[in-house]
Design a protein around this ligand. Sequence first.
Ligand code: ZN
Ligand code: ZN
Length: 299
Amino acid sequence: MPSAPTKLYADDVSLLVVLLDTNPFFWSTSSLPFSKFLSHVLSFLNSILLLNQINQIVVIATGCNSCDYIYDSSLSTNPGIENGKLPALCSELLKKLEDFVTRDEQLNKQQSQSLPPTTTSSLLSGSLSMALCYIQRVFRSGPLHPHPRILCVQGSSDGPEQYVAIMNSIFSAQRSMVPIDSCYIGSNNSAFLQQASYITGGVYQKPQQLDGLFQYLSTVFATDLHSRTFLQLPKSVGVDFRASCFCHKKTIDMGYICSVCLSIFCKHHKKCSTCGSVFGQAQTDVASASNLKRKTPES
Ligand SMILES: [Zn+2]
Ligand SMILES: [Zn+2]
């Protein structure tokens, strides 16, 4: 963390943690090539740093099997263009991103040798946890720190098997008052990101024209938290509140809820697999079929 005098940490100084989706399963089918996507994102990151000289950005890559920090502007040694080289943001970020994608691909190969490929979603729960850990470290560094927020730039579809981990991250972000913004560039809406932005007070947006991605990023997601109170940012048209069952990780409309630990199951069980509570004989007493809150998104 760069040390800065008190008055410099005004309302509009941001710490932006960006989660970039690098999942090859998504990018091989996307209409927007990954290189174009990166050029939009790099311009956006540069514009955040230009808005305020003590703004800070951290980039985390979300792969298929792993996630990692790939850029931290507070650790950057080469802030400007020297000897005709690329600025640090581009050169460091691109190099680390390349290493990350290679490593993630190797993990994928190792796993597919032992097990058949089970999922094509990104490890969003992992990168959200890493972002929150970083932000907690900033919070504990002292009373003076930039205002943190998280931006997920995601294209892969949701992985229902990550439901519990993602919901835990969302509630942790809500508790720390860290908004999660979502820019979803996949084909359908992401229920996880809709819920993440809704619960944490962030902005969810699905750009209609991907070739104008930079415009969406800079007009909607570049605004600091203080300025948002004066702006009319896009509101979500609907949030898909459906949950996944803990037993099969399927998205369900109706289910059974453990009255002790609130675990969700798609069918009646004799015992709760999470907390071990034994459900009695009378099915109606212990496992009440609960109508989960549901709204369907209007896309
Ligand atoms: Zn189930
Ligand atoms: Zn339970």
